[in-house]
Design a binder for this molecule. Structure first.
Ligand code: FES
Ligand SMILES: [Fe+2]
Length: 362
């Protein structure tokens, strides 16, 4: 039987998602359709197709959605995000990244242009009513935010409203100068349900308990969470002695010492802006008890790295991993059912649970 999840919109009255949410296989399966396919996913940056007439195949959320997709850039430098599945008999079309004028399926020679439009197929002269629009490669809605790309699968909302919201505070940053740094980017395997990882991210409540070093630079008392429709923001204020943003006059936080802006975007993306640049966490479910967290660093000012609120990100990551893995063991207990929220400290978690239940019930 399908589980029903309802979160009271009043955080003072609400209970958290029940333990069953984190251990029900049917729910994880249902989330594919109801949450992940109904929203937007990070698909990397535009440097994956640096040249005109190039392609970059990839698998979205490999092991979970496992959706074969391909990013293309045509002669006019238009970027498209397409299904990488041939509309003939389902072969994968692009196999390698690099220069390519067309998308040629090597199985029986069907050819598409770099916008995914069907162009040619041998031995199909007698096929009636061919080609039809569905013989083109499926094209995904694509949104660009600076150099970053997001694809909608069958999105139920416009990603522009998320971008606009984030730009209110960090739109002043020179996005095109963000440089990907592979040396400090890595994947972490976490032995816990993906949603537990997000729950933990969405509150600063645990910082004094779990991250003593980070707590020493953050001003816990003024840590705030703002909730928007499909994203939310945690602001880490800090004292003047450590690196803070040089905010332009007229900025909503002008005059305050902001050490970090932590944006979470439904359902599984985190954008952490620091004075040195941006760290992105993409939380990728593998199965009920395992999650891969891709940690990607984009540097703006390397001289500010490893200072203030961004010091020793790896240590903070390990501390989070440890606690989330303990919670994973806890929610599997027969005696833990659900918890309650702190109205002052857990607005972000409540927001996440509300969205999950709303999307699951839609
Ligand atoms: S599967 Fe692509 S041409 Fe047959
Ligand atoms: Fe943490």
């Amino acid at each position: 039987m399908m589980m029903k999840y309802n979160i009271n919109p009043d955080i003072k009255k609400a209970e958290t998602l029940p333990a069953s949410f984190y251990k029900d296989a049917e729910t994880l399966e249902l989330l594919k359709d109801k949450v992940f396919l109904s929203s937007w996913q990070w698909i990397g940056d535009e440097n994956q197709v640096p040249l005109s007439q190039s392609v970059h195949p990839f698998v979205l959320l490999d092991g979970y959605l496992t959706e074969p997709m391909v990013l293309t850039k045509n002669k006019a430098d238009e970027i498209s995000c397409l299904s990488n599945v041939c509309t003939h008999r389902g072969n994968l079309v692009a196999l390698n990244s690099g220069k390519s004028k067309k998308l040629n399926c090597f199985y029986h020679g069907r050819r598409f242009n770099l916008k995914g439009e069907f162009e040619h197929m041998p031995e199909f002269e007698q096929t009636e009513d061919f080609p039809r629009p569905c013989d083109n490669l499926h094209k995904f809605p694509l949104k660009k935010w600076g150099p970053f790309l997001f694809a909608g699968l069958s999105p139920s909302f416009d990603f522009q409203q998320v971008i606009d919201k984030m730009n209110e505070r960090i739109g002043f940053l020179p996005f095109d100068d963000f440089t990907f740094d592979a040396s400090i980017s890595q994947d972490y395997l976490v032995n816990a349900n993906w949603a537990l990882y997000c729950d933990n991210y969405l509150e600063g409540f645990h910082v004094p308990f779990v991250h003593p070093d980070l707590n020493a630079v953050l001003d816990y008392g003024s840590y705030t969470t703002e909730v928007y429709e499909y994203c939310n923001l945690q602001i880490g204020y800090t004292d003047e002695a450590v690196e803070v943003f040089d905010l332009p006059e007229g900025h909503i936080d002008y005059g305050k010492n902001v050490g970090a802006y932590y944006y979470w975007v439904f359902p599984n993306m985190m954008f952490n802006f620091y004075p040195w640049g941006l760290s992105i966490n993409i939380v990728k479910p593998i199965d009920m008890n395992r999650t891969k967290v891709a940690f990607l660093a984009y540097v703006l000012d390397p001289t500010k790295l490893n200072q203030g609120a961004s010091q020793d990100i790896d240590k903070v990551q390990r501390e989070d991993e440890f606690v989330v893995e303990q919670v994973q063991k806890g929610v599997r207990s027969s005696f833990y059912k659900a918890g309650r929220f702190s109205p002052t400290q857990e607005k972000g978690v409540h927001h996440f649970h509300t969205l999950l239940s709303r999307f699951l019930n839609a």
